[in-house]
Design a protein around this ligand. Sequence first.
Ligand SMILES: Cc1cc2nc3c(=O)[nH]c(=O)nc-3n(C[C@H](O)[C@H](O)[C@H](O)COP(=O)(O)O)c2cc1C
Length: 233
Amino acid sequence: MPLPAQFLPDPLPADPMPIAAQWLALARERRDQPNPNAMVVATVGTDGRPSARVVLCKELVANPGYITFYTNYDSHKGREIEAHPQVAIVMHWDHLHRQLRIEGRVRRTPAHESDAYFRTRPWQRRIGAWASAQSRPVDSRAALERAVVDTARRFGTPIPGPEDLPEQRDLGADIPRPPNWGGYDVHAEAVELWIEGESRIHDRARWTRSVQFGATESAPVIYGNWSCTRLQP
Ligand SMILES: Cc1cc2nc3c(=O)[nH]c(=O)nc-3n(C[C@H](O)[C@H](O)[C@H](O)COP(=O)(O)O)c2cc1C
């Protein structure tokens, strides 16, 4: 499939999220990289120090404009987000010569959505989510593997291994989502779209808007209007 124009539209569209969604879809279609939905998520600690790691984008909702990833709420990133619910995200598709940056406010994904997503995960990963206290120290690889075996026994499944049989696919359907595992929705407050240009004269634009959370977790999010500007590369 040919690549669409290597410039951002001129004039810029009012809302960048449909283009962001289109780029992710294009990266998936082209199958040029094993994880086209991989993204770096940077968080900030209470000491002001940033930390970053790769996670997988499980959903990019163009309207109203948020991105979801799943993790352990007690992990290093989880603890930082709970204390300071603000992250920066980067997705880079080398073969598309494009970069997407999103900064936003974070809220836990509604529990029923995290439950639904957890149910779609293979049973081995559901065992893994219970067995691993993500980001905590572990004495040895053997200790970690023992934790997996103990968890599998607890839920009455076989021990996850490389030779799991196809008929085991539906095992563990009743393994519930761990209470400390679920999604984070990153509601975009700033989006930058970047396309590589000839002679390093790249095409860049940044959109910003306000995002307000209601008093309770289920209160609707209030989004301001986007404003945008083209940037020098
Ligand atoms: C390609 C790739 C995809 C990953 N996807 C996830 C993910 O979706 N969720 C997650 O918690 N960790 C994921 N990880 C592991 C994280 O990079 C990280 O090691 C882990 O979440 C612990 O990070 P923390 O200690 O900063 O919380 C992924 C790593 C790679 C390389």
